[in-house]
Design a protein around this ligand. Structure first.
Ligand code: HEC
Length: 413
């Protein structure tokens, strides 16, 4: 279970990492989208400026020079770019508002405005000063927050006053009469050459772009989450399969193919462990028995291997039937078996061997009885694996010497 939990932690960490990267990227996307919109607005603005200065105004000046229009004519509706631009932006905003589109804010801000709508606030004033003192160059861009809404704010200076501007922004005496009649002879006059008299400020709400980005963010995050979950499940299922397979392999590796009892490999492991348990006080007694089938070779020779195998299988089945949970049977060689007894004294182990002997009395194959020879031993504190093995083997040898079908216990020297 533990390694699965570790996997969950790893996946969770990966998810958080991806989520935070995505969040940052999605905000970046909103800012990128607003910048695109800003570029579009600026291009439009420039195109409008170029149209008015290079196409529209020359027509009016031509009409004046051809005397088809009187010399003092002045109407900002056709002759002031700033007037036209502001009005186009106002109309545009109204349309955007009506169709529920994201608004944009446009303002021309001046220290000495001719039209009071263009008066700069404190922030704009400092920016105009900074552009004039060259502290700021070309443009100013910032993400700002107003009343809980984020905006992309873009500010750039208008062209600095040129000689051509001075006609209308220098001395009022030089200005078209109708201009002075409409605007008076103070506001927007007495400007200095090369001074930047105003800034264009464009403010774009980021909310709509942020909302779109957030929607994508949520969808992508959900997909990432599901993908991670799927990967996790796949790994989980595979790990479980592997675990199960390992378990089966482990079990198979410890089992004797023919008889289904434990094998030599597992005997070695179990006896080593049992001795250790004795030393640690985990077992209060440990006994070991070995037995083999008397004249097994002769059965094989006379009736063939299938009969030999059948005898082995039957003996294992018989022992398993009368075995207590404290003992375990191993086939360690051809017709050689071992029994490990936990918490069992020598006497009890011998008793258990006698049981086996007794129940074999009723067993016959090809009309013949089978007998076993036993060697039994109890673990003594100085014993180790090979010593104990040797002792029990000696006892078995003694049983064979003494005419077979007997149980001999080892003498503890
Ligand atoms: C033919 C006259 C005329 C000329 C030439 C002229 N302007 Fe203007 N300017 C105006 C009028 C009129 C307004 C006010 C329009 C309005 O109502 O918004 C104005 C407004 C402005 C404003 C907006 C701020 C304010 O004062 O209201 C700026 C900025 C500006 N002019 C810059 C310039 C620059 C720079 C030049 C030279 C490249 C220039 N103008 C040349 C007539 C002129």
């Amino acid at each position: 279970m533990n390694k699965y939990f570790g996997l969950v932690i790893i996946f969770f960490a990966v998810f958080i990492l991806i989520a935070s990267v995505l969040k940052e990227r999605s905000q970046g996307f909103a800012i990128y989208a607003s910048n695109q919109r800003l570029n579009y607005i600026l291009t439009n603005h420039q195109a409008l400026h170029s149209y008015i200065e290079n196409i529209q105004k020359p027509v009016i000046y031509r009409l004046k020079s051809e005397k088809k229009l009187y010399e003092d004519f002045f109407d900002p509706k056709v002759l002031s770019f700033t007037y036209i631009a502001r009005n186009i932006h106002t109309i545009e905003s109204a349309i955007l508002k009506e169709s529920n589109e994201s608004l944009k804010y446009y303002k021309l801000a001046s220290l000495n405005p001719r039209n009071q709508l263009n008066r700069a606030n404190e922030f704009e004033k400092t920016l105009i000063e900074q552009f004039n003192s060259k502290k700021l160059k070309e443009e100013y861009k910032e993400i700002i927050e107003e009343n809980g809404t984020q905006y992309l704010l873009f500010i750039k200076p208008v062209t600095a006053n040129q000689p051509s501007c001075m006609k209308c922004h220098g001395d009022p005496k030089d200005a078209p009469k109708e201009l002075v009649t409409q605007y008076g002879d103070k506001n927007g006059f007495y400007e200095k050459l090369h001074f930047i008299r105003a800034i264009i400020s464009i403010k774009i709400p980021l909310q709509k772009e942020l909302d779109v980005a957030k929607r994508y963010y949520n969808i992508v995050l959900l997909i990432v989450f599901l993908a991670l979950l799927l990967i996790y499940l796949i790994i989980y299922v595979f790990m479980q399969k592997i675990d199960k397979k390992n378990e089966t392999l482990e079990r198979l590796a410890n089992i004797d193919q023919l008889t289904g009892c434990y094998n030599r490999r597992s005997f070695h492991k179990d006896l080593t462990q049992s001795i250790k348990m004795c030393e640690d006080g985990g077992l209060h007694a440990l006994s070991l028995a070995t037995f083999d089938i008397d004249h097994f070779k002769s059965f094989n020779d006379r009736y063939g291997h299938p009969t030999g195998d059948k005898i082995l299988e039957d003996i294992v089945a018989l022992v398993k039937k009368i075995q207590s949970p404290r003992e375990r049977l191993y086939r360690v060689g051809g017709e050689e078996f071992m029994v490990i007894y936990h918490n069992t004294t020598l006497e009890k182990a011998i008793g258990s061997c006698q049981e086996i002997q007794k129940s074999l009395k009723e067993y016959q194959i090809h009309g013949e009885n089978i007998t076993l020879s036993f060697g039994v031993c109890q673990y003594q504190p100085q014993d180790d694996y090979s010593l104990l093995y040797k002792k029990v083997d000696n006892a078995l040898y003694l049983a064979k010497e003494n005419g077979r079908d007997t149980i001999e216990q080892c003498n503890n020297y």
